[in-house]
Design a protein around this ligand. Structure first.
Ligand SMILES: [Zn+2]
Length: 272
């Protein structure tokens, strides 16, 4: 459905599960067992392979650019607001597509690709999605992930070597990806406050998307919500300045995440 309006509350079930499933805009973990179609070229380093894989994904995504100017404009306006609220300039740009697999993702470390259905969400939730993605860019997550891969696989990529380190690399990359998701959530939450929204918007989004289990790239929804509550509680205790991990400072008196009031995954069977 080419950029057609999709009521926020009526995201169909399959799409809702897909949103944020494997990635809300973080790296694609290209593990040694499968290069995602990117066969290493001669004398290619692992970062080159990752870059090429991401470029292929970006090319594929941008062939689906949203033809709906209203949806695109709405998302662009939110993105501009989020960008302006960032405490330091962030070299990110936005592309709006339709028929994507997730609400938004960050490709090549700086291109935020948003699905047109994002336009149908309430402003606060849309801003949280975009601010989360901006966090990935601002915190240089793609570069950090590349460094991790390069540390495991220095020099030229050769399959026999990648297979030897695949297990450890996968575990380390997954651990880093999870930390990056929490960092991006915290960054997004801080930006939300600067924009006059609050943590309830982040929670509303998680509830809308439904409970997700751990994946190689993303922590379970339950963990993300718990971490956001911890961040929120810490800031409520008086730390309005920048946090240690570089997320923007959060001033303002928005409602705090009230423990126990909203449980996106309470009573939900383990998702598939
Ligand atoms: Zn993310």
């Amino acid at each position: 459905m080419a950029g057609g309006p999709l009521a926020g509350q009526r995201l169909d079930h399959r799409r809702r599960r897909a949103h944020w499933r494997g990635r809300l805009g973080t790296v694609v973990l290209v593990l040694a067992a499968g290069w995602g179609g990117s066969v290493p070229a001669a004398a290619e380093g692992i970062v080159d392979v990752l870059q090429r894989s991401q470029q292929q994904r970006l090319d594929w995504l941008t062939r689906r650019e949203a033809p709906d100017p209203v949806a695109s404009a709405r998302i662009q306006a939110s993105f501009d607001a989020v960008l302006a609220a960032a405490p330091t300039p962030v070299p990110a740009r936005l592309r709006v597509v339709h028929g994507g697999e997730v609400l938004a993702e960050t490709v090549l470390g700086q291109v935020i690709v948003a699905d047109a259905t994002l336009a149908a969400l309430p402003e606060g939730e849309r801003c949280f999605v975009l601010a989360h993605e901006l966090g990935h860019v601002a915190l240089a997550h793609w570069a950090r992930m590349g460094e991790l891969y390069a540390a495991h696989l220095p020099g030229e990529v050769m399959r026999f070597r990648t297979e030897a380190v695949a297990g450890l690399l996968g575990a380390d990359a997954s651990g880093l990806a999870h930390r990056q998701e929490h960092e991006a959530d915290a960054y997004g939450l801080a930006l939300l406050r600067r924009l006059g929204h609050g943590p309830q918007d982040a929670l509303a989004l998680f509830m809308r998307l439904g409970a997700r289990p751990d994946t190689p790239t993303h922590p379970a929804t339950r963990k993300r919500v718990a971490r956001l509550r911890a961040v929120d509680g810490g800031e409520a205790a008086g730390a309005a300045g920048p946090a240690a991990n570089g997320e923007p400072g959060a001033a303002g008196a928005d409602p705090r995440l009230a423990p126990g009031t909203e449980r996106p995954d309470a009573g939900t069977p383990a998702p598939r």
